[in-house]
Design a protein around this ligand. Structure first.
Ligand SMILES: NC(=O)c1ccc[n+]([C@@H]2O[C@H](COP(=O)([O-])OP(=O)(O)OC[C@H]3O[C@@H](n4cnc5c(N)ncnc54)[C@H](O)[C@@H]3O)[C@@H](O)[C@H]2O)c1
Length: 344
C-alpha cells in the first residue's frame, strides 16, 4: 500500500492552516517539516503549535509524552529545496493566490522526486488550474482541511482533471491515518461542498438583512436557537472574515453566474475595511462581545435562509460534484451543522 511508503511530510506555509496541518501530520507519526518565507514566521508557527499541544495536555486529550514526541517530529526551514527534497508528501497551505501557488508548485516540481504525492489546501482555486504548474499532475489533488485542522474532522479530497485514481485513494488513506473523515468531491468545482453551500447561505443572509425587515441579531438568534446551528450567519461571517467570503463569492460569480455576486452590504463592509473579528468590526463591532439572545429570535422565518442549504445541495448533486450522503457528512463535520441538507 502506498501509504506505508510515506514517512516524511513537507508543509508549505506555516500560517493559520499550515501550522495546524503540520501538527496533525506530526501527531499521526510523520516526520514533518514546515517551510515558510521567514524565520520569524516559523518561530511563531512553532509557538502556536506548542501552545495547541500544551492545551491538549491540560485538557487530558493527549499525554505530555505524546506532545513531546509530536514536537520532536517537527522541524522548520526557510529553504524550499531542503524542505521538499526527500519528502514523500507535500501539503501546500500558502496564500490563496493562483499566481503564488503556481510559482511555488513549479519550483517544487523541479526539486521534488517524481513519485511524491502533492496536495493543496486551497479553499476556492481550481485544482486543475494549479496543477498546470506541476510536472506530474496525476499525483496532485486537493486536500482541504478545515480550521482549526487539529479539531475539525472533515477533509474534502478533490481530484484535478489529471489526478489518478491511485492518488485519490492514497490521499483518502492518509486523511484516515490523520484521524480525519475524508469526503471525496467528485468534481473540481468552485467551493467544493462546504464552502459552496455555506458561503452562498451567508450571501443570502446579507441580502435578507438589506431588505430591512429584520435585524442581524434577530436573524442570528433565529438560526442559533430555532434552527439549532452553532451560530447565526453574521457571527459566523465575522469569524471567517468578510474579505475571505467576498473573494470566494467572486470566484462563484465567475464560475456560476450573477446569482452568486457578493451582496452589496458585503461589498460595502469590505471596502470600509470592516472584515470581522480580525479588524475589530464586521457585521458586529467587537468593543464588547455581541450577545445574541433567544428572545431576539421571534419574527424571522428560518426557512427563508435554510432553503439555501437545500437548493445548493441539490445543485451539487445535479452537477455531479457530490452525492447526497457525502454532502450531509461534509456539512455536519465541516460546518458543525446538527443535520445535513438532505437530512433537513
Ligand atoms: N484560514 C482558513 O480558515 C482556511 C481554511 C481552509 C483552507 N484555507 C486555505 O489554506 C491556505 C492558507 O491559508 P491560511 O489561512 O493558512 O493563510 P495564512 O496567510 O495564515 O498563511 C499563509 C502562509 O504562507 C506563507 N507563504 C507565503 N508564500 C510562501 C511560500 N512561497 N512558501 C511557503 N510559505 C509561504 C506566508 O508567509 C504565511 O505564513 C489558503 O489556500 C486558504 O485558502 C484556509
Amino acid at each position: 500500500m502506498e501509504l506505508d511508503r510515506i514517512r516524511k511530510v513537507a508543509v508549505l506555509g506555516g500560517g493559520v492552516m499550515g501550522h495546524g496541518i503540520a501538527q496533525v501530520a506530526a501527531f499521526s507519526g510523520f516526520s514533518t517539516v514546515i517551510r515558510d518565507i521567514s524565520r520569524e514566521i516559523l518561530e511563531k508557527a512553532m509557538q502556536n503549535l506548542e501552545r495547541n499541544l500544551n492545551r491538549m495536555v491540560e485538557r487530558n486529550r493527549i499525554t505530555a509524552e505524546m506532545a513531546k514526541e509530536t514536537l520532536n517530529r517537527i522541524s522548520t526551514s526557510v529553504d524550499l529545496a531542503e524542505a521538499v527534497r526527500d519528502a514523500d508528501l507535500i501539503i501546500e497551505a500558502i496564500p490563496e493566490d493562483l499566481g503564488i501557488k503556481k510559482r511555488v508548485w513549479s519550483e517544487v516540481s523541479s526539486i521534488a522526486g517524481s513519485d511524491v504525492i502533492c496536495v493543496t489546501n486551497t479553499s476556492s482555486i481550481s485544482i486543475t488550474a494549479i496543477s498546470e504548474a506541476i510536472a506530474n499532475p496525476q499525483r496532485f489533488a486537493g486536500m482541504h482541511f478545515f480550521n482549526p485542522p487539529a479539531v475539525m474532522r472533515l477533509v474534502e479530497i478533490i481530484p484535478g482533471r489529471e489526478t489518478s485514481f491511485d492518488t485519490i485513494k492514497t490521499v483518502e488513506d492518509l486523511a484516515r491515518k490523520m484521524g480525519k473523515t475524508p469526503v471525496i468531491v467528485k468534481k473540481d468545482s468552485p467551493g467544493f461542498i462546504v464552502n459552496r453551500i455555506l458561503i452562498t447561505y451567508i450571501n443570502e443572509a446579507a441580502k435578507l438583512l438589506e431588505e430591512g425587515l429584520w435585524s442581524k441579531e434577530q436573524i442570528d438568534a433565529s438560526i442559533q436557537y430555532k434552527a439549532k446551528m452553532p451560530m447565526g450567519p453574521f457571527t459566523l461571517s465575522d469569524l471567517i472574515g468578510l474579505d475571505i467570503i467576498h473573494s470566494i463569492l467572486k470566484v462563484f460569480e465567475e464560475g456560476f453566474g450573477p446569482y452568486y455576486k457578493p451582496a452589496p452590504l458585503i461589498e460595502r463592509l469590505v471596502a470600509e475595511g470592516k472584515l470581522g473579528r480580525k479588524t475589530g468590526e464586521g457585521f458586529y463591532t467587537y468593543k464588547e462581545t455581541p450577545t445574541v439572545s433567544e428572545a431576539a429570535s421571534e419574527g424571522f422565518d428560518t426557512n427563508l435562509l435554510l432553503r439555501i442549504f437545500r437548493e445548493e445541495a441539490e445543485k451539487l448533486v445535479a452537477e455531479e460534484v457530490a452525492d447526497q450522503a457525502s454532502i450531509d457528512t461534509a456539512m455536519k463535520l465541516g460546518a458543525n451543522l446538527p443535520y445535513g441538507p438532505f437530512e433537513l
